[in-house]
Every structure is written in structure tokens, then in C-alpha cells.
Design a protein around this ligand. Structure first.
Ligand SMILES: Cc1cc2nc3c(=O)[nH]c(=O)nc-3n(C[C@H](O)[C@H](O)[C@H](O)COP(=O)(O)OP(=O)(O)OC[C@H]3O[C@@H](n4cnc5c(N)ncnc54)[C@H](O)[C@@H]3O)c2cc1C
Length: 499
């Protein structure tokens, strides 16, 4: 059976793109290599008593306009819970979602910072709204673009101007600043600066002193809606289920356990795909939601692409550094509800990152912890994909041990509550979840890989050197995080092209 569109990968971006295209009347098939859809947006049973666990993402929110456009049956995210930073000597800094209550907690550390906190939250919300507008704006294909391609960018610059002189400069400067510098512009308390800087390095292989972590702070603030996670009732997998349900209602199809081996290319044009099983499926258009490097170098193949483009695709920086640890406890773990972060100082976070530079697992890691019943889930940084002098089987035990020891130092008795552990490493993210080098964002969110340079300079509009082949995952403009922006943008661009 022939389709109008085949989408490779049923992550949330692939499913968002599929829904928009099905809504536009296209006959769509989504092919997923795993036995369940969702990509990184999954609630799974991992065996050994780990049932309906939010395996990777602790929370997630699609953009409200996408939810409305697609008529998705998704519950609004719960109100943000508290974000508690665990400091040395058993001290705590609890930043409530309510700025007034957060200010009261900050006052114990600095009266000046407490005064500034509400203004900071307002600024971050405005900066995030601007970034959201940027992710909605198709980027021109620099350096050669038609005038009409530049118009949306002009509109975006106008939005930037409308932030007002002071906030406009703050946003522009923050893009290239480090989180250490940026938070230093606002606050004097080390505890507060570290609490905020932790969000800046969440999911990226950067330290708080790295240039560009001002940008990743705004990016993560946007996707999360602040510092703390907003848990999704029933688990993040309910969002995937709603996307699949809506697609099927629109006549689309999702096939799981259907790994695409290669894109079928004839005369520089995509004609369909060939599955690992050998089955060939034809379509007018193929969209890859897999990461760009995998798409170009594995699914298309260097022989079909211009040599310079191949070289550029090989240079896309992918650097996974995150491990996820799920711990089944006897329920007496002693941890409070909400989002907990082990980020006592900027130096601590930077040292945790230093380990990644040398291919080592952080001896004192940055942790972010969430709870669901008896299960404690830990986001662990840094455990780099490019590990030196160790094999990953041994490293898995090291990651679990360091996570447990670090939490036990904060909550004596935690270790005694531990019953079983499950560790997902950067290698597992590659082999099980299809992420090259275990990179969560399909390409690092660094200054030379964002906006009109994502995935590659000159290729920011979802098209590729192969006619009829497009990209829609997190590795393209709008991507990184759960938002659906890159899936929606790709679908709009394709519908526009087909017109
Ligand atoms: C623990 C964790 C924390 C994170 N925190 C943040 C954060 O704070 N901020 C942020 O911006 N981002 C964060 N992320 C990253 C974010 O989750 C991703 O950017 C997002 O989920 C990617 O969604 P996607 O739909 O683009 O791709 P994915 O969810 O990766 O989906 C791609 C799909 O393609 C499939 N696929 C690949 N190859 C093939 C093939 N050959 N055939 C068929 N199917 C294929 C894969 O199996 C997968 O299902 C985090 C991720 C994790 C894991």
C-alpha cells in the first residue's frame, strides 16, 4: 500500500507531525523500531516490580496551541510543585512555584535576592515566551534566502524589540553567557545561583561556567514551565497515547517493531523506506524523526549525499552524558515530594561536569530526583557516553552506587530503604531508544547548533539534499525537549511545499 507520507520514529515529534499532516488530508504511516510508541516520552513497565514508570522524562508538556490544534485529550499539567535544592550540611533551599513563598525561603540566604526573585521569575517567563516564538518561526536558509523567507524573522525581531529595551538586552546577552555569569547578574547567594544553574545544565554536556548555558537555562525553563517538574496524571505516556489516539481517529497508522533500515532513494528523490525485515513501503514523502546524523549517515547513506554535506553531518555534535536511575524502595526513603536537586554550589556542578570532559563518571554528581509512590527516579549527570577506561556493565553499578550514596548523605536512612535498582545509561539510550551517542536532544543545544544552524547551516527548514526527505525531530529548529514544536514546524513546511 502506498502512502502520502511515511514518518520514521514515533517519538512525540513524529506523532505531532503525523497528526498535522493527517489533519491536512494526507495518508500517513508512522514506523517505530521499538515495540511501543513514544520515543523518550514513555511510561513503561521495566520488570522487577517497576510498573508504569516514567522511564526517562519526569514530566512533559506539549505546547498548548498544539494541544488545541490537534484536539488532544490531555489533562492540563498540574501546578508546579516545589523545587528543593539540597545543600551542604543538611541545609535546604525550597523554591515554591509561588514567587512570594519562594522569596520567603530565599530571605534566609539573602534579603536582596529575596527582593529580586519575583522580578527574575517574570523575566524568565518573558524570555521563555520569546524563545517559544523563535521556535515557532521558520528560520531562513542562510546565507541564500528569498526575501519572503526573511519576513518571519523580521517579525521575530519585532517581538524581541517589544520586550522593551532592558529585557531585550537581557535576553540577547543571556544567550551567550554562562549560567554562572547570568545568575551572578541577578543574585548574590551561591545557593540560589546554583539552584538556577542546575536547570541550565540539565540534559546537556555543559557546565554552569560554559558559554551558552544562559540559553539552555531559558530553553529548559520554557519546556518545563519553571524550575520544578509538573507531574502528569497517569504518567507522561498518557500524552503519547493521546497523540496516537488522535492520529488513528484521523485515519493515520502507527506500526511498532518496524525498524527502518534505509530510506529508498532514486535519482536524488526519496521513494519510500525499506524495513529491517526487508519489506519495502513506498510514499511520496518521507520524514525522519530520528536524529539527523543517524538519518543522513545510516538511513540515507553517504553515497547519496554531496561530500561536503556528509562531512557536515559527521560533525554534528552529539554527546550523551545522562543516566537515569530508578530505585524501588520499601517506602521509607524519607524524601519529600516535589523536585529535588543535588546542586549545592556552582563549583560543585562545574566539577561534576569536569568529569565528563575526561570521560569519567562524576564522583559527586548533579542529581535531580522525583518520586512516584515507592519509586525514586534520579536523573544523573554526568555519566558520559564516551567513557574512558571502563566498560558500561561495571559503570552501571558505579552510577547506581554514587546516586544512592549522594542521596544517603542528604537523607540518612535512604540507603536502607533501597530494594532494587534499574540503571539506564547513555549506551542504553542509544541501543534501546535509538539516540546516537545517547544524546537526548538529537544534537547538543549549543550556540553553533541552534536556530538557523540546526541541524546544519543552510538546512534549517526541514528539507534535506534528498528531494521528498524531511526532518522533524528534536535535532532540527524548534527541537530539544518535549514541546512538539519541531514536529509541527516540519508538517507546516511540508504542507506549504506541497502547495
Ligand atoms: C532523562 C531525560 C531528561 C530530559 N530533559 C530534558 C530537558 O530538561 N530539556 C530538554 O530540552 N530536553 C530534555 N530531554 C530531551 C527530550 O526528551 C527530547 O529532546 C525529546 O524527547 C525528543 O523527542 P523526539 O520526538 O524528537 O525524539 P525521540 O523521542 O527520541 O523519538 C525518536 C524515535 O525515533 C525512533 N527511531 C529511531 N530510528 C528509527 C528507525 N531506524 N526506524 C524506526 N524508528 C526509529 C526511536 O526509537 C524513537 O522512538 C530529556 C530527555 C531525557 C531522556
Amino acid at each position: 500500500m502506498a502512502y502520502d507520507v511515511i514518518i520514521i520514529g514515533a517519538g512525540h515529534n513524529g506523532l505531532v507531525a503525523a497528526n498535522y499532516l493527517a489533519k491536512a488530508g494526507k495518508k500517513v504511516l508512522v514506523l517505530e523500531r521499538r515495540n511501543i510508541p513514544g520515543g523518550q516520552l514513555v511510561s513503561e513497565s521495566l520488570g522487577d516490580g517497576f510498573n508504569n514508570v516514567d522511564t526517562l522524562h519526569a514530566s512533559a508538556q506539549l505546547r498548548p496551541d498544539i494541544v488545541a490544534d490537534l484536539g488532544l485529550r490531555i489533562e492540563a499539567p498540574r501546578a508546579g510543585s516545589a523545587y528543593t535544592c539540597l545543600l551542604d550540611g543538611g541545609k535546604r533551599l525550597t523554591l515554591d512555584a509561588d514567587p512570594a513563598r519562594a522569596s520567603a525561603a530565599i530571605r534566609e540566604f539573602s534579603a536582596r535576592d529575596a527582593e529580586r526573585w519575583p522580578e527574575f521569575v517574570t523575566f524568565m517567563d518573558r524570555a521563555a515566551a520569546f524563545l517559544d516564538a523563535a521556535y515557532r518561526t521558520p528560520m531562513p536558509r542562510l546565507p541564500h534566502f528569498a526575501l519572503r523567507e526573511g519576513l518571519p524573522l523580521a517579525g521575530l525581531l519585532w517581538k524581541l524589540r517589544r520586550l522593551g529595551g532592558r529585557d531585550m538586552f537581557r535576553v540577547v546577552r543571556a544567550m551567550s553567557m554562562s549560567a554562572e555569569e547570568f545568575t551572578g547578574d541577578w543574585f548574590e547567594s551561591e545557593a540560589l545561583r546554583a539552584a538556577v544553574s542546575a536547570l541550565a545544565i540539565h540534559g546537556v554536556t555543559l557546565g554552569p561556567m560554559s558559554a551558552g548555558t544562559g540559553y539552555t537555562l531559558m530553553h529548559n525553563w520554557l519546556n518545563r514551565g519553571g524550575l520544578a517538574h509538573r507531574p502528569v496524571a497517569g504518567g507522561v505516556g498518557t500524552i503519547t497515547a493521546a497523540l496516537v489516539e488522535a492520529l488513528i481517529a484521523r485515519g493515520g497508522e502507527v506500526r511498532t517493531s518496524a525498524e527502518v533500515r534505509n530510506v529508498v532513494v532514486e535519482h536524488q528523490r526519496a521513494r519510500g523506506v525499506c524495513l529491517a525485515s526487508g519489506e519495502e513501503i513506498t510514499a511520496d514523502c518521507v520524514i525522519s524523526a530520528a536524529d539527523p546524523r543517524r538519518t543522513f549517515l545510516q538511513l540515507v547513506g553517504a553515497a547519496e549525499l554531496p561530500p561536503e554535506f556528509v562531512w557536515q553531518a559527521q560533525s554534528i555534535k552529539l554527546r550523551g552524558c545522562v543516566a537515569k536511575v530508578h530505585i524501588a524502595t520499601d517506602g521509607r526513603h524519607g524524601l519529600p515530594d516535589g523536585t529535588l536537586a543535588v546542586a549545592p554550589s556552582i563549583r560543585y556542578l562545574e566539577r561534576a561536569y569536569d568529569a565528563a570532559k575526561y570521560g569519567e563518571i562524576s564522583a559527586q554528581p548533579y542529581l535531580e530526583v522525583t518520586m512516584s509512590g515507592n519509586i525514586v527516579s534520579i536523573h544523573f549527570q554526568f555519566a558520559p557516553y564516551a567513557l574512558r577506561q571502563a566498560d558500561w556493565e561495571a559503570a552501571r553499578a558505579v552510577v547506581a552506587q554514587r546516586a544512592i550514596d549522594t542521596l544517603d548523605a542528604q537523607y540518612p536512612g535512604f540507603k536502607a530503604s533501597v530494594q532494587r535498582t534499574q540503571v539506564i545509561t547513555a549506551r542504553d539510550l542509544e541501543s534501546n531508544y535509538g539516540l546516537s551517542e545517547g544524546d537526548l536532544n538529537h544534537g547538543q543545544l549549543i550556540l553553533d547548533q541552534i536556530f538557523f544552524m540546526r541541524p546544519l547551516p543552510g538546512w534549517s527548514k526541514h528539507a534535506t539534499p534528498i528531494d521528498g526527505l524531511y526532518l522533524c525531530g528534536s535535532g532540527v529548529h524548534g527541537g530539544g525537549g518535549i514541546s512538539g514544536a519541531s514536529g509541527r514546524n516540519a508538517a507546516r513546511s511540508i504542507v506549504g511545499d506541497s502547495r
